[in-house]
Design a protein around this ligand. Structure first.
Ligand code: ADP
Length: 249
């Protein structure tokens, strides 16, 4: 049986190292691949530690139901879904309140970068599926979604770069800011933030906070996240170029 993470750990950071050995400003090992679903117009997979997410894009295409049509621009519709086997306890299938909320915030973030006015009356459908969840799934999903849109050739102002940051306690109970939270840090940490930016535009596209952070802690976490975002941005661009460099697309 898999280990449950129900017991509060004594610390999330000890001697400057996190439970998985990372430094506070270190993201988990990441893998990014585009074109993972050939039947979609665009797709991407993002692996971030034990979190694994796939995004598939269909469109721009005719929008149904017709009453949702916008005459002057496309609608970017996101469906975020966490598969039943993606978590330790089987997750109840189908969209709950959490999925509805995440779908909405992801769609709002993506609408800010997609040139929606190029495709009036159309739908651009983005399906974000969490295959394995170990926290930070919405931010991994957003990274995958923006790459899948780029892979589909949908014109955008920038890619979306997204990650989480938060506050973890050490063996003495003192708080420290960390980036890219894994499950125990998300469960037991003193505060967490889902954060997304369009780096080239210097715009924030997602900001959701749970728990308590002082303005100083928030600023410090954001600074660490912006620094880590640079590496994620480079990885995304590299993954988008890879199929062409290998001559396989
Ligand atoms: P995010 O995945 O974006 O961090 P949450 O903070 O809502 O979003 O969830 C944190 C983590 O909690 C998820 O990544 C997942 O590992 C776990 N989780 C969320 N919902 C469930 C659920 N219904 N059953 C079991 N674990 C869940």
């Amino acid at each position: 049986m898999s280990k449950m993470s129900d017991d509060k750990p004594k610390f999330l950071i000890k001697s400057g190292k996190r439970l998985d050995g990372r430094k506070p400003d270190e993201v988990r090992p990441m893998e990014m691949t585009v074109g993972v679903i050939p039947n979609a117009d665009g797709s991407a997979m993002v692996v971030c530690g034990k979190t694994k997410v796939i995004a598939a894009v269909y469109g721009p295409r005719e929008l149904h139901p017709r009453h949702q049509v916008l005459n002057h621009k496309a609608r970017v519709r996101v469906k975020y879904n966490m598969l039943s086997f993606s978590v330790e306890d089987r997750k109840r299938p189908g969209p709950g309140r959490r999925e509805v909320e995440i779908s909405k915030v992801l769609s709002e973030a993506l609408e800010r970068v997609v040139l929606t006015d190029r495709f009036p009356m159309c739908a651009i459908d983005v399906f974000v599926t969490v295959i394995q969840a170990d926290a930070s799934t919405r931010v991994a999903g957003l990274n995958a979604a923006s790459m899948a849109l780029a892979d589909a050739g949908v014109p955008m102002r920038d890619l979306v770069v997204s990650l989480s940051f938060g506050k973890s306690y050490d063996e003495k109970g003192a708080g420290h800011m960390v980036v890219d939270l894994e499950k125990e840090e998300d469960n037991w940490g003193m505060g967490d933030v889902a954060y997304a930016v369009a780096p080239a535009l210097n715009e924030i596209l997602l900001l959701q906070m749970d728990g308590d952070l002082t303005p100083e802690e928030f600023a410090k976490g954001r600074q660490m996240a912006d620094e880590a975002a640079k590496a994620i941005y480079d990885m995304q661009k590299q993954a988008l170029k890879a199929p062409y460099q290998e001559g396989s697309k």
